[in-house]
Design a binder for this molecule. Structure first.
Ligand SMILES: NC(=O)c1ccc[n+]([C@@H]2O[C@H](COP(=O)([O-])OP(=O)(O)OC[C@H]3O[C@@H](n4cnc5c(N)ncnc54)[C@H](OP(=O)(O)O)[C@@H]3O)[C@@H](O)[C@H]2O)c1
Length: 176
């Protein structure tokens, strides 16, 4: 049972520009059309828990990109577009209870996505592994990956992969 963060961040720790823009990610030269290990990672998880802001962005992509069930954390959404029936659903409530419910449904390994949602999970020390790809850009401002914590959380470095001598993907594991 593992809760993963798998995300790309600017050198200064932002995951989107102030208006939610991701152009800086799409513009990265990728001559070999690498997915940077994303498909392999997705195989290892059972479901995705994402924040409502990330969901709002994802539905602008036009096509549904997820092969695993998506649970959208939102206190404001009341329903999702009909075409997502069976693919995504809204969840809310206490994070530990949500995780327990997902485990009961058979979803053991969870991909936690969205800045504020990741921060909420970290505040309760509910993240086990973080795979963070550093993009060599300073955005200056935007949506931060991390926020304040009441306690320090230590992680152990597991692996680093470098793509196109440009992107640095670091894998960390929570250490007690
Ligand atoms: N660089 C990357 O790889 C990457 C990855 C993911 C996302 N992004 C981008 O980053 C931005 C994410 O924005 P974000 O950090 O503001 O949002 P987020 O985590 O995606 O969504 C936050 C929203 O989730 C809902 N929520 C419900 N329960 C929550 C809880 N316990 N903790 C936190 N949120 C909860 C709230 O919406 P309600 O008001 O509906 O309750 C809250 O406003 C988007 O622009 C997205 O496209 C980038």
């Amino acid at each position: 049972m593992t809760n993963y963060v798998y995300i790309a961040t600017s050198l200064d720790g932002f995951i989107a520009t102030s208006n939610g823009g991701l152009d800086w990610l799409e513009e990265i030269p990728n001559p070999e059309q690498s997915d940077y290990g994303y498909a392999e990672f997705i195989k290892s998880i059972d479901a995705i828990v994402m924040g409502r802001n990330t969901f709002d962005k994802v539905i602008t992509f036009g096509q549904w990109v997820y092969s695993k069930p998506v649970f959208v954390l939102s206190n404001s959404l009341t329903k999702l577009p009909e075409q997502l029936l069976g693919k995504a659903e809204i969840i809310r409530g206490d994070l530990k209870e949500i995780i327990a419910q997902l485990h009961q449904k058979g979803y053991q390994n969870l991909y936690i996505d969205g800045g504020r949602v990741i921060q909420s999970f970290l505040q309760e020390d509910l993240i086990d592994e973080m795979i963070i790809t550093l993009i060599p850009i300073l955005l200056g401002k935007g949506f931060p990956l991390f926020g304040e914590l009441e306690q320090q959380l230590r992680f152990r470095h597991k692996a680093t992969e470098i793509y196109n001598n440009n992107l640095v993907k670091n894998h960390y594991i929570r250490e007690q």
